[in-house]
Design a protein around this ligand. Sequence first.
Ligand SMILES: [Zn+2]
Length: 282
Amino acid sequence: MRIFDPHIHMTSRTTDDYEAMYAAGVRALVEPSFWLGQPRTSPESFFDYFDSLLGWEPFRAAQYGIAHHCTVALNPKEANDPRCLPVLEALPRFLVKDNVVAVGEIGYDSMTPAEDTALATQLQLAADHGLPALVHTPHRDKLAGMRRTIDVVRESSLDPEHVLLDHLNETTVKEAADSGCWLGFSIYPDTKMDEDRMVAVLKAHGTEKMLVNSAADWGKSDPLKTRRTADAMLAAGFTADEVDQVLWRNPVAFYGRSGKLQLDVPAPRDLHEGNSILRGGE
Ligand SMILES: [Zn+2]
């Protein structure tokens, strides 16, 4: 089984996770830039973070046979801090990099005017750069947040076919599907979507344009949720081809719109800028 995790924050994960993901079938992933759990106070902190998503993290992933791409953006939460806004002006120099396959995560957190501006600006940046956009839907006020998100997408010049609406659930899937966007589901332990509910959503709404991700990060999460969902699909009677569509071909088709997806894993190098994952060991 081949798996593409279209949304996972490997910066927050260990080499054990990379090893377990490879063993479970993960061969490619996309790491969206996001909120690090603690507010950043200057744009330079973002730039160093984006550089690590473009350098160190693909280097680590290659050690474990996994192709690593990323998305960059000013995330919705930090779009509310005026100190972070210069990130918007600097984004074009990152968006042209080979490994950047979308603008993201963008969207709404608290649905403030500052978030409106950041979302509209970054949808335009995606359109200008021929990139798709990864749009996070809010965890609170989910349906209202998603409706407003879809309105902003419709007002933008970005084709809904280039937009992935993420963190969907049973309450938002129908309207999200009607919008013409791609549909992302984050499978978490204990809270929000789980793999059995995901299987029920796939039974009700089909496998077209559906993407499943672990969204694993520094919080309570599980980087193997993609595989667990695939297993739950098989147990529920989906075919291996349907599993491959959801867990591989759909994310490849969506991020492939960037024209930059490279699914051959580069040969692992010993060093990245003089450093290895062996931390000085042999
Ligand atoms: Zn995320």
